[in-house]
Design a protein around this ligand. Structure first.
Ligand SMILES: *[C@@H]1O[C@H](CO)[C@@H](O)[C@H](O)[C@H]1NC(C)=O
Ligand SMILES: *[C@@H]1O[C@H](CO)[C@@H](O)[C@H](O)[C@H]1NC(C)=O
Ligand SMILES: *[C@@H]1O[C@H](CO)[C@@H](O)[C@H](O)[C@H]1NC(C)=O
Ligand SMILES: *[C@@H]1O[C@H](CO)[C@@H](O)[C@H](O)[C@H]1NC(C)=O
Length: 805
């Protein structure tokens, strides 16, 4: 995607060397900061995280253009790719890089001084009450001008495009100060760009284009989240959290980074997307972990006028046919506000127009697009030909479309046209000079006389209605963007395939092979490890995949593995989960490489899994049946808290899921009898599988172990022994020998009883998972379970013969 290019390019434009010793974090009277690139020309925060100094962008082979401008700015000290986070003089850059000096002026303000002319290029313009001030670059990246007693000015009050952790976006209601994010003009020019993100005084977040056009809002804050961004709810996160304050004095939104060792960047990008990225030491590169809107083509006017945005192409922005890029230099640097212009001017209305139809402008059709903004509905035009004529006879009309909504015409610039790959697009006819229209696309429409069309047009003009931007999903922007939320506490992240390929070192470290694909270990940074699942069978469309992943991704519970994000490119379908350092329950129960889990841990794991399943069955909006509960799908975090993996796969995989499941049928292991017999499944199939897992937790070995079945002696089948020994009261002998008798026998008995109830042949006899939790916690008492019929089937014996042993 072009956006990552943007970020990467930003990085490539580096000119500074980060290593420097003995740097100070303070500018004081008489101790300024020079513009030359010696190491003394920058401040470094005390924690070495941020640096401030003069920088220059654009000395790179990537661009033919060198930006002559030097700025004063702040960047991450440890990131070797220069990435400006804040700049002081974006609107008044310095031309000669050796001339500026940052110093404290006689009135106590911090100023950039042109040493050659002794003129002030930029000043903090604060109401200083003393000239005894110092400017300090703090550990949070805030540049503060203060005296011993007062703060006069701080850079956090004047943000540019970066939302620093700990900074506030919003209003100081007393002073009227509005802190908002403004995108930059282009990839190297630090002047303000066209996109603005701000809280309004009423506390609602807005995304604006060109300061006036509202292109998204967050809805009101309801105490927990912005009403149009419900995905913010829940999930305190180990890495980040957010805060919202609205009182008499101020209204603001902020985010907090809880781990100082990671470098997270939250920016309003040149293209208008909110982007959260993380610096990866391994690859020495930024990795985008969150983007909103996810697709660049969904950003209002991102390609400029007379363009077609195509998300499946790189670059995504292209001129319409018959048009060329207006300003190649700006375009290349990511500033596409001027978009494209006509190769051949249209006929001058009323002068060149004649009855000779060969000379009139023509229409060129573009198929399957999202129509441009600001359509005018022409109700009087009842046919496509009418619609075409209505446009043709109006000098300023540039395009028309005749579709489900009748006739729409456009005047002036056409913006926001996007190629729709999902079949919801419409046909747009763009007006071009006759010589521009490719012959194959030439439309034949000579039927209607000009005179008649003029009449129709006059009537239609009276009925003009401004079209609504129906496709533009307002909201959901601000809140999601503003959070540097690496673990996806507020939604599911979108990953690029190349980033996952890099994070997993080309899928080299395989963690396991599940039912639906292989799982690989991935590293975002030293402190962030991921489990990346590459799906084999996901064949459904991208839109549906995204939708299902998002709906599964908001399901969060302490006993469910968190779905961090996904990747969906071409036919690649990957799911990204939090990494579980203690592997799966299978490893610890059955494998030599595992550790012997003591009884208390086993009991807690049993309860945790039950809680997770109860939540899946009843706690979330759409009930989810897991369908594949087994020790391999119960993962353990660093504290051995159990987390159920692979839930929601039926949603995510669609039809492929039942296919994968069919091939698993017939294995005795964990599948409920109704499933094996092909009957419709309910959540009770999970209860059955869970019961089977409980037996294995007690015994520490597989129920379906070959030895039980080899010689037809099913009496050794562990669930059978349990049913028997529950009656005889000798449950101590059931417990895994590796525990050397160290187990709470009350708990063992409870677990065994629950397990026997769970594997009852009839699903109606099995308890719900909610009940199971209550039983295990001792909140409800349990009757002695009947011996399950399935066991009778296996042994071929009668229940009496079992219970009497
Ligand atoms: C740079 O400019 C030269 C000459 O103006 C041109 O031939 C070349 O294609 C340009 N390179 C890029 C990357 O735009
Ligand atoms: C600060 O102000 C005092 C008098 O108000 C003056 O004597 C002194 O020179 C000033 N210091 C600077 C650095 O301008
Ligand atoms: C500076 O102080 C004056 C007078 O106290 C006040 O009118 C003005 O608004 C202040 N300026 C700023 C930037 O605070
Ligand atoms: C932004 O708005 C200003 C004033 O309304 C207008 O002059 C300018 O052309 C607009 N910019 C773009 C790129 O449309």
């Amino acid at each position: 995607m072009a956006l990552l290019h943007a970020i990467v390019l930003l990085g490539l434009l580096s000119q500074h060397a980060p290593s420097c010793s003995a740097a100070t974090d303070t500018v004081s009277p008489g101790n300024g900061l020079a513009g030359s690139s010696s190491s003394s020309s920058r401040l470094v925060s005390n924690n070495s995280k941020f640096a401030l100094g003069f920088f220059k962008m654009g000395d790179s082979k990537s661009f033919n253009y060198t930006n002559p401008y030097t700025y004063l700015g702040i960047w991450f000290h440890k990131v070797p790719k220069l990435t400006p986070l804040w700049s002081a003089n974006g609107e008044s850059p310095v031309i000669d890089p050796t001339s500026p000096e940052l110093s404290i002026a006689g009135d106590g303000n911090l100023v950039i001084l042109d040493q050659a002319t002794r003129s002030i290029i930029w000043s903090t313009h604060a109401n200083t009450t003393t000239n005894d001030t110092v400017a300090v670059l703090q550990n949070d990246g805030n540049l503060v001008l203060r005296s011993s007693s007062d703060i006069f000015w701080q850079s956090f009050d004047y943000p540019t495009d970066t939302f620093f952790a700990g900074a506030k976006i919003g209003w100081n209601k007393v002073t009227g100060l509005n802190r908002r994010l403004v995108s930059r003009k282009n990839l190297i020019d630090q002047a303000p760009g066209l996109y603005t993100a701000e809280l309004q005084r009423n506390g609602v977040g807005h995304l604006l284009w060109n300061s006036t056009v509202e292109i998204g809002n967050t809805g009101e804050w309801n105490g927990q989240y912005f009403s149009l961004a419900p995905e913010m709810i829940g999930n305190s996160d180990r890495l980040t959290s957010f805060d919202y304050v609205n009182n008499d004095k101020e209204v603001y939104f902020t985010w907090i980074l809880h781990n100082e060792t990671v470098i997270v960047l939250s920016q309003l990008d040149v293209s208008g997307q909110g982007v959260v990225s993380m610096w990866m030491d391994d690859s020495q590169d930024w990795v985008i972990i969150y983007r909103q809107p996810v697709l660049q083509c969904d950003v209002y006017a991102t390609c400029g006028p007379f363009t077609v945005c195509n998300e499946n192409q790189d670059p995504v922005c292209n001129c319409m046919e018959g048009f060329s890029i207006s300003s190649p230099r700006d375009w290349e640097l990511g500033d596409r506000r001027d978009g494209c212009t006509r190769n051949t001017p249209l006929l001058r209305c009323g002068i060149d127009g004649s009855s000779n139809t060969d000379l009139t402008d023509k229409f060129h059709s573009v198929q399957r697009v999202r129509l441009p903004n600001d359509a005018m509905k022409m109700k009087a035009a009842r046919s496509e030909d009418d619609c075409s004529q209505v446009c043709l006879v109006n000098c300023s009309c540039t395009a028309y479309s005749y579709g489900k909504g009748g006739c729409s015409v456009w005047h002036g610039k056409l913006t926001n046209v996007k190629l729709q790959s999902d079949g919801n697009g419409e046909m747009l006819y763009i007006r071009l000079a006759a010589t521009e229209v490719p012959r194959v696309e030439r439309k034949h429409r000579n039927a209607i006389g000009i005179g008649a069309a003029i009449g129709a047009s006059a009537a239609a003009l009276g009925l003009m209605i401004l079209g609504l931007l129906v496709w533009w999903r307002k909201g959901k922007w601000f809140a999601r963007t503003q959070l540097g939320d690496v673990q996806g506490g507020i939604g599911v992240l979108t990953f690029r395939y190349v980033d996952l390929e890099r994070a997993t070192k080309k899928f080299s470290e395989k963690l396991g092979g599940g039912s639906f694909g292989s799982v690989f270990k991935g590293y975002l940074s030293d402190s962030f490890t991921l489990a990346v699942k590459r799906l084999d069978g996901a064949r459904q469309g991208e839109k549906q995949f995204r939708a299902e992943v998002s709906s599964v991704g908001i399901i969060r519970h302490i006993n469910l593995v968190k779905l961090v994000g996904f990747c969906c490119e071409a036919d690649q379908r990957l799911l990204v989960y939090e990494y579980m350092p203690n592997h799966s329950l299978e490893v610890h129960l059955f494998k030599a490489s595992g550790t012997v889990l003591n009884w208390n841990l086993r009991f807690q794991i049993a309860i945790g899994v039950a809680r997770g399943l109860a939540y899946l069955h009843t706690g979330c909006r759409d009930c989810i049946i897991h369908c594949d509960i087994k020790p391999e799908n119960i993962l353990l975090d660093e504290s051995f808290v159990p987390k159920i993996a692979d839930f929601g796969m039926a949603k995510i995989l669609g039809r492929e899921f039942s296919h994968a499941m069919t091939t698993m049928r017939g294995t005795i292991g964990y599948l409920a009898p109704e499933w094996i017999s092909g009957a419709p499944v309910t959540s009770k199939v999970d209860v059955y599988s869970y019961g089977m897992v409980l037996f294995e937790i007690v015994s520490g070995s597989r129920n379906s172990s070959q030895e039980y079945f080899e010689d037809g002696d099913y009496s050794a089948f562990f669930p059978m022994q349990v049913a028997r020994k529950l009656l005889s009261g000798d449950i101590g002998s059931l417990v895994d020998a590796d525990l050397h008798g160290k187990a709470n026998l009350d708990e063992v008995e409870r677990v065994c009883k629950v397990a026997c109830w769970c594997i009852q042949d009839s699903e109606f006899d099995r308890p719900t998972m909610t009940k199971v939790v209550q039983f295990l916690e001792g909140l409800s008492e349990l009757d002695m379970p009947p011996v399950p019929r399935l066991l009778k089937a296996i042994t071929g014996g009668s229940p009496e013969s079992l219970t009497s042993v």
